[in-house]
Design a protein around this ligand. Structure first.
Ligand code: ACM
Ligand code: ZN
Length: 479
């Protein structure tokens, strides 16, 4: 990737001696490995797997029935390689290894034969290390700017009768696929490899939503679904789970536990024959900003458990059912020292939902949720609105706590829950529970744009309450 080359390649030692190290920035301070640069002037961040390391990982995984699939990014996201070997770019460089997120314009030059020789030599060693069947070649987010202004690229386009730079990318991927086939490996690429036409046997990994995957499956290609909206575990589960003061970890969108659990990898409009091409899904946890094992555990669990149940069971229950069973997973993770995120949603009570069929009004409308049976004592509770799918959001104006129809308090801040969510939790404080009284949470909500929105509403106990109640419910379930 742009931020570092992570695997030893014997034929090209600069890939790791140069390409695996970049200047350390603020958010690397807690990171795994920092070494002085050769002139001693700054600290470097990085590291890589030796070929022996790779063999060890592959063997360990295979003994547990797991296949490791390497991803070697091309033609974009390649500045780490190009910093080491700039001759395989359009301009010749020089280049710096990416220190921040992003999409970089300097990419491999498919106009030069030497570029393909380099990639084939790299893949020779990769295929030797990974028995297969798959090699992922990335293919995502490749800007075409340099290709447009490169005489070698223009010549390649002309000589091969290609229409444009998208077809040049397709030429690149198809050529790499052919080479991988000679090594008895199959190519996987992100959905951008659809641009300019798919390589004949390519498997598509759909990250920008599921539509690329749907298109590929309808063309008879195998597909792995991995949409950012449901499957990216480098996005936090909720805004509350970001480490304090750590801007490097922040994303605008979250991937909540219930949304992972609701994921359906097979689009309903595929024919049974096309649906067979949906191999499953992948959860992504990019680790460039994951400095420790504990942080990795925290991001991966329990969401990985939710995704596994989506993909590996044919009798999936609803989210409250899943949440009620999570406590056993938590016990197991505790025993194994896994520092998972103790997600409040796992302890939450499902109290309602919104659906397109509700035809939510464009004007503020009151919706009541009966919460009496869920109040186990006085304390602070929260009503949280969690979007699942659709184009639009609901806006929430307030949530009022009613006791026998009489207002006790209200949380009247503006919040919304949709493809992006903000301030979507409303706090209710209950000082005293009157025996026999009826308690209702009355939400004022509206769908300003359209009713193409679907989500779930939960009642959460806030931390001070969570402890005693959790301990109780855990005991109940064990009994
Ligand atoms: C990706 O997240 N760019 C595949
Ligand atoms: Zn070029």
């Amino acid at each position: 990737d742009d931020q570092g080359w992570r695997i030893e390649i014997k034929k090209y030692p600069l890939l790791t001696s140069v390409g695996a190290w970049r200047p350390a920035d603020k958010s690397d301070l807690e990171s795994i490995k920092l070494i002085p640069s050769s002139d001693g002037s700054s600290m470097l961040y990085g590291g890589y797997y030796t070929q022996d390391d790779i063999r060890e990982v592959v063997t360990y995984a295979a003994a547990r029935y797991v296949t490791v699939v390497p991803e070697i990014e091309m033609p974009g996201h390649s500045t780490a390689a190009l910093a080491a070997y700039p001759q395989f770019s359009c301009t010749g460089g020089p280049f710096r290894i990416g220190a921040l997120w992003g999409v970089f314009k300097d990419v491999y030059c498919p106009g030069k034969e030497e570029t393909f020789t380099f990639i084939e030599n790299v893949l020779d060693e990769v295929c030797e290390l990974f028995p297969g069947p798959y090699v992922h070649v990335g293919g995502d987010e490749c800007p075409k700017d340099r290709w447009r202004n490169c005489s070698d690229c223009k010549k390649r386009i002309q000589e091969n009768g290609l229409k444009d730079e998208n077809e040049l990318q397709s030429y690149f991927i198809k050529r790499v696929e052919k080479y991988l086939e000679t090594k008895h490996h199959r190519l996987v690429g992100w959905n951008e490899i659809l641009q300019g036409g798919l390589a004949p046997d390519a498997t598509v990994m759909s990250w920008q939503g599921i539509s690329g995957g749907r298109t590929a499956a309808s063309q008879g290609h195998d597909v792995i679904m991995s949409p950012e909206s449901n499957c990216y575990f480098d996005h936090t589960a909720d805004v509350g789970s970001n480490p304090k003061g750590s801007s490097a970890f922040l994303f605008v969108s979250t991937v909540p536990l219930n949304k992972v659990y609701a994921f359906e990898p097979t689009p309903a409009d595929l024919t049974p024959e096309q649906a067979k091409h949906i191999l499953g899904a992948q959860g992504n946890l990019w680790t460039e900003r994951i400095p420790t094992q504990d942080r990795l555990d925290y991001m991966a669990f329990p969401r990985a458990i939710a995704l596994a149940e989506c993909l590996w069971t044919s009798h999936r229950g609803d989210f409250p059912d899943f949440a009620s069973r999570l406590v056993r997973h938590f016990n197991c993770l505790d025993l194994n020292g896994v520092k998972y995120y103790d997600d409040p949603l796992a302890h939450a009570i499902f109290i309602g939902q919104w659906r397109p069929a509700d035809q939510l009004s464009k004007q503020p409308t009151d919706v009541d949720f009966l919460i009496t049976p869920h109040l186990l004592g006085p304390g602070n509770y929260a009503v949280r609105f969690e979007f699942l799918e659709g184009k639009d959001q609901i806006d929430i104006n307030s949530v009022v706590l009613l006791e026998n129809g009489k207002e006790l308090m209200r949380d009247a801040h503006p919040g919304f829950s949709g493809p992006k969510s903000q301030a979507n939790s409303y706090v209710l404080c209950i000082a005293e529970l009157k025996p026999g009284a009826t308690y209702t949470a009355r939400a004022s909500i509206m769908a300003k744009k359209s009713s193409d929105t679907k989500g779930e509403v939960f009642l959460l106990r806030t931390p001070s309450e969570t402890k005693s109640i959790d301990a109780k419910s855990t005991t109940d379930r064990r009994d």
